[in-house]
Design a protein around this ligand. Sequence first.
Ligand SMILES: Cc1cc2nc3c(=O)[nH]c(=O)nc-3n(C[C@H](O)[C@H](O)[C@H](O)COP(=O)(O)OP(=O)(O)OC[C@H]3O[C@@H](n4cnc5c(N)ncnc54)[C@H](O)[C@@H]3O)c2cc1C
Length: 424
Amino acid sequence: MSKYVIIGGSAGGIGAVEAIREVDPMGTLTVISEEKVPQYSRPMISEYVSREATLDSMKYRGDQFWKNSNVQALTGRAATKIDFTKKQVELDGGDKIGYEKLLIATGGKPFVPRMEGGEKDGVFTFTDLSSAEGIEAKLEHSKSAVVIGGGLIGVSASEALVKRGIKVTLVELKNNILNLILDNTASEMAEKVLTEAGVTVITGQTVQRILGKKGNEAAVGGVVMTDNTEIPCDLVVVAIGVIPRTELVKETAVKLNRGIVVDRFMRTNLPDVYACGDVAEAHDFLINGNRLLPLWPLAHLGGQVAGYNMAGKQVEYEGGTVMSSLKYFDLPVIAVGDVNPEELDDYEVLVELKPEQTVYKKILLKDGAIVGFIFLGDLERAGIFFRLLKNHVDVSEIKDRLLSEDFGIVTLPEQLRQEMFVVN
Ligand SMILES: Cc1cc2nc3c(=O)[nH]c(=O)nc-3n(C[C@H](O)[C@H](O)[C@H](O)COP(=O)(O)OP(=O)(O)OC[C@H]3O[C@@H](n4cnc5c(N)ncnc54)[C@H](O)[C@@H]3O)c2cc1C
């Protein structure tokens, strides 16, 4: 029996451990983690493959973290079943651990569609350290790769592989890369930067099957595209998307939508059961409702809130929203909120475009408040826009100045400055 049991030891699990220990230094605390070393920064997988980071430099918490936090760390073990009536978690091997409070922080798993040749040696995903290590082990004997999926993870993988001297073809089914987080203009600018760095970008089609190598059918030798063209390659990285790891709660009484539904205290609908991070559907302050927001800082924050509440200190989750902050081949981009609505009728759109400097700024307003923005190439003052968006500040009276050179915190009217910093 452990007072607290946490399944998953990454951003969410770590946030929860830290919060629990702040309130309750002694209560028994067990973390179950399939990964042997779970406390690394998942967003740094790309730097690990490009050799800009080592396993040590990408550690989010040091090796002594579990011991120093007085945690029984069951690393390299998987939770296989939860009995919510008996309040017990079953592990691989059959052992059972009782809990008073349970946190499910199992994150996401890569979505891999069935594809002929998908089992071949040289096909990888790009979501955890073991996939990065698998790729690393193959790179010495590889010259080219096809990356399937032009979202955040696919573009990260492409960048890492190009930096290791691999010829990369990035394949995106839609007409634009990064189409979930950028609009067409920003996406085209990002694509240009990738192409200049050596990535071949193919949009509007995908890979239909993976071919074997001549003389070694079991190893990747190329791909066949939907238009039947063949691209030879030694590696295939499948980066189509990530889905919540909800398998432990499927067909149980836990309320599940696309992820586990939680309230503002990160509680599920069952007593003493909490969830956070990529597996949870938590509060989004922009839509004032729940949705999946697979972002590292939000997983950590959600874990903290869950941890405080599990330990008896009532803390409310302030929520997050869609937000991507990235840097590919030195091009910085930040995209927050609603940046690409299908119908623009209810929105006002402010734009600044300087293609020769690769600078693009777009701000979307609805009912006088900022509901989304994209800054590409120049992120200055993005923090101010984030605060204005988060607090739904009505900027109608200053909207003409939002993109002017002299706009800044000091030129904001006093009233708006105050509203911007109100903690909701
Ligand atoms: C390549 C890549 C780049 C990214 N870049 C960014 C970025 O730039 N910015 C950003 O904000 N976010 C980024 N993300 C997303 C970010 O990494 C996630 O939002 C974050 O890791 C979620 O944390 P989590 O704790 O919810 O889950 P995870 O980090 O997914 O961890 C869940 C843990 O639980 C373990 N687990 C699952 N099921 C079980 C089980 N049954 N038993 C035991 N253990 C289990 C898993 O093995 C894993 O260790 C990126 C993700 C990837 C893959």
